[in-house]
Design a protein around this ligand. Structure first.
Ligand SMILES: Nc1ncnc2c1ncn2[C@@H]1O[C@H](COP(=O)(O)OP(=O)(O)OP(=O)(O)O)[C@@H](O)[C@H]1O
Ligand SMILES: Nc1ccn([C@@H]2O[C@H](COP(=O)(O)O)[C@@H](O)[C@H]2O)c(=O)n1
Length: 220
């Protein structure tokens, strides 16, 4: 069972995917963490992120490993735990420039496909292009949405009182960059089920996705 969950920033992909995977005994892959990890490495190593050529040249250098236990997901770069550093505002503001570079996407996509193929009990993979590009044959594709206001309120709550307006502007800017890049942009696959989470609690979204997975399992 391969489940692809895509959608814009702050729609609840990570929270939902982790909970669904844990509940159903599946592995879990946070593909955003991989793009964040490669971005962190580039910042750390002084790569000029305004130069796509420099990003492309460096794309193959960091060794990125994702742990896929939904109860304790991990991400390392060259053996170092970067789960904290990849969540800084600096990495968040720079990740779209790195993830837009085709050489970065080719490398990370290969890694994601290998991880999905190796997941013996099945996997929930979340990101922006999983249903369209990475795993177009996934058994179930979900596209989560929510209003910009709801997403900004959720993120500001998480960032302990961050300004809601500034948070909303930042996430709209990141979504615009991710949706407009040439190589595998953020997009809903034609056969994905769209779930608008604006008026739903996280628990309701989890239940909805669990039901959809169980229906697919019953069909197989
Ligand atoms: N339906 C919901 N109702 C209220 N809060 C929610 C809901 N879904 C998720 N959240 C909260 O919103 C925040 C963002 O959720 P999450 O990190 O899962 O989103 P995401 O889509 O993975 O974001 P990103 O793509 O930026 O990583 C978290 O604090 C989460 O607990
Ligand atoms: N499949 C994906 C997943 C993510 N990205 C890029 O990574 C950024 C961070 O993602 P988060 O889910 O951790 O917020 C995101 O803004 C994209 O630039 C991607 O390109 N493809």
């Amino acid at each position: 069972m391969i489940v692809a969950i895509d959608g814009p920033s702050g729609t609840g992909k990570s929270s939902t995917s982790k909970a669904v995977a844990a509940q159903l005994g599946l592995s879990y892959l946070d593909t955003g963490a991989q793009y964040r990890a490669i971005t962190w490495w580039m910042v750390h190593n002084g790569i000029d992120l305004t130069d796509p050529g420099a990003i492309a040249d460096a794309a193959g250098k960091p060794g990125i490993v994702s742990g896929t236990d939904p109860l304790a997901p991990t991400i390392t770069v060259d053996g170092a735990d970067v789960s904290g550093p990849i969540r800084t505002t600096e990495v968040t503001s720079k990740v779209s420039a790195v993830s837009a570079v085709p050489e970065v996407r080719t490398r990370i996509t290969e890694l994601q496909r290998w991880i999905a193929e190796s997941a013996e009990k099945g996997i929930v993979v979340e990101g922006r292009d999983i249903g369209t590009t990475v795993l177009p044959d996934a058994d179930l594709k979900i596209f989560l949405t929510a209003s910009p206001e709801a997403r900004a309120a959720r993120r500001s709550g998480e960032l302990k009182g961050a300004d809601v307006k500034a948070t909303q502007e930042a996430l709209i800017k990141r979504d615009a960059a991710d949706s407009s890049r040439k190589t595998s942009p953020l997009a809903k696959a034609d056969d994905a089920v769209e779930v608008d989470t604006t008026e739903l609690t996280l628990q309701q979204v989890i239940e909805c996705v669990v039901t959809l997975v169980e229906e697919k399992r019953a069909e197989k």
